[in-house]
Design a binder for this molecule. Sequence first.
Ligand code: Z5A
Length: 215
Amino acid sequence: MTSTVERGRFISVEGIEGVGKSSNIEVLVTHIENAGYEVLTTREPGGTPLAEDIRQLLMHRGDEPISGVAELLLMFAARSLNVNNNIRPALQAGKWVICDRFTDSSRAYQSGGRGLPMDMVNQLADWVHADLWPDLTILLDAPVEVGMARAGNRSEPDRIEREEHEFFARVRESYLQQAVAEPDRFVVLDTTRPLAAVQADVVALAQHLIEDNQH
Ligand code: Z5A
């Protein structure tokens, strides 16, 4: 008799910079682990040694311009590595996967922000991860000024962080449109509230998915 391992759940966390992805992923992971599940936490771009190298190219390169298309292709090259070497094997082994950004980031930044056609992003998504999409996407939302002020308290901005306010406003708008288009997958949380209140919502969402998994 063969025993089949139940596929784990896949959660992505999205939002413009400084909205609190790291701060909320921490409590999300702790809650799911405390419920008895093994969790793989990963991030994009990155997550595998080669994908992390691509991240370095994208964030801290020199003066050579990177076109929007080159940026998009590098994001998806890194995503292909992360999906094949991390995410799919973990889900198949029954682990839960928490991903700090996924393809919705490419839709928001490279299409919404840079202006590339959404269809281009969606075709690459089909190539790279086909029917694999998060079971739940938590969109942490705040006005650009709030995210920028929080992020501004940290270290030197990277290449994408040096973009102007209007760029991030387009990114945020694209995220909000995605959430409206896919209400079954997205949950939008207002992160202008105190961190503890946002974290309580994140834990409640995780608990809902855990209970759903047990039925
Ligand atoms: N990118 C892309 O263009 N296309 C793609 O396909 C992908 C990515 C996958 C790297 O992302 C860049 O890659 C990103 C998009 C692009 N560029 N930008 N911008 P990243 O996720 O690594 O970098 P980031 O967006 O700058 O995120 P971050 O640095 O990890 O920030 P965060 O996790 O969202 O925030 P945090 O560190 O948890 O919180 C920031 C501060 O705010 C911290 O002091 C917290 O204590 C505080 N905080 C958080 N929440 C609250 C609340 N509610 N109240 C008060 N203070 C708070």
